[in-house]
Design a protein around this ligand. Structure first.
Ligand SMILES: NC(=O)c1ccc[n+]([C@@H]2O[C@H](COP(=O)([O-])OP(=O)(O)OC[C@H]3O[C@@H](n4cnc5c(N)ncnc54)[C@H](O)[C@@H]3O)[C@@H](O)[C@H]2O)c1
Length: 261
């Protein structure tokens, strides 16, 4: 490893956006640790297994990796077609446990970037409702919380709302104590294997409408540069932000009628 080579952990590197993120860093000559539940041929210096639904698996992963890392990108996620407990375990709790486990292992000047989603839209209105979930740090408490929720509210949205609120709450202390920035990236629909599950859970008509409005779905190459920018020294004064990468679909939803040209 050369002295200027950065050391990057990509969680969820087995497919889609995570695989593209790992491949990008690897091609740039960075040292990449690719983490996933599934075996993959994602280009990386090292591969590690972890089941993010299982705190013991996360602890075991953290035991196997040393310190002196520069970046954690948490890209792993499961769609709303998965069991509700798994959605919260992977998209929220696993992210939280990985983040808190990695913070002391990251060098000052480092960064954490978590992939959330535009499906978190409306998170500002749910802060009080999600208070107990955001206090939860173990799977049993998360499961008990979810069991008391209205099953009609999409758990995928809840999981991504919690991820964004958590990152924003953590960012000031992470910066002050560790010199590490914490941000989230929220893609709109992106051409990866998960998209079919989104069509099932959110409705194909909804996704087709989004596609028709902005002209196409994203490709992973639309998302990866935003992740890598937020993780880079060039973004050194950006902390606690959620960046939509959706072709502009969501922006007018919080501003009233879009201007017509
Ligand atoms: N594709 C989209 O339209 C879209 C839109 C918004 C947000 N996102 C988010 O982007 C992220 C990446 O999704 P993607 O589109 O690349 O999907 P993907 O299905 O291609 O990749 C998800 C990865 O997460 C891994 N993973 C799932 N459960 C795991 C577990 N228990 N332990 C370890 N790894 C696990 C999978 O093995 C896979 O490699 C997810 O967080 C997703 O919610 C995707």
């Amino acid at each position: 490893m050369s002295p200027e080579q950065r050391r990057i952990v990509v969680v969820g590197a087995g497919s889609g956006i995570g695989a593209a993120t790992a491949a990008h860093y690897h091609e740039q000559g960075e040292y990449v640790l690719a983490v996933d539940l599934r075996r993959s041929d994602t280009p990386a210096a090292r591969h590690e297994y972890c089941d993010l639904r299982d705190a013991a698996s996360i602890d075991a992963l953290l035991e196997r990796i040393d310190s002196g890392w520069d970046v954690l990108t948490y890209v792993a996620g499961v769609p709303g077609t998965a069991p509700a407990h798994d959605v919260l375990a992977v998209n929220y709790l696993g992210m939280r446990l990985m983040t808190e486990g990695m913070l002391p292992r990251l060098r000052p000047g480092g960064a954490i970037v978590t992939v959330a989603s535009v499906a978190a839209l409306g998170w500002q209105q749910r802060i009080d409702e999600l208070a107990d979930l955001l206090d939860a740090t173990d799977l049993d408490t998360v499961r008990t919380w979810q069991d008391a929720q209205d099953p009609a509210y999409p758990v995928y949205s809840t999981s991504k709302q919690a991820a964004i609120i958590y990152a924003k709450r953590l960012a000031p202390a992470a910066w002050q104590k560790y010199g590490v920035r914490v941000n989230t990236v929220s893609p709109g629909p992106t051409e990866t294997p998960i998209l079919t599950d989104f069509e099932a859970s959110m409705g194909k008509d909804v996704l087709d409408m989004v596609k028709a409005t902005v002209g196409r779905h994203a490709s992973v190459d639309d998302i990866v540069p935003v992740i890598t920018f937020l993780a880079s020294p060039a973004a050194r004064w950006i902390n606690g932000q959620d960046v939509h990468v959706d072709g502009g679909f969501v922006a007018p939803m919080s501003t009233g009628a879009p201007i017509q040209l």
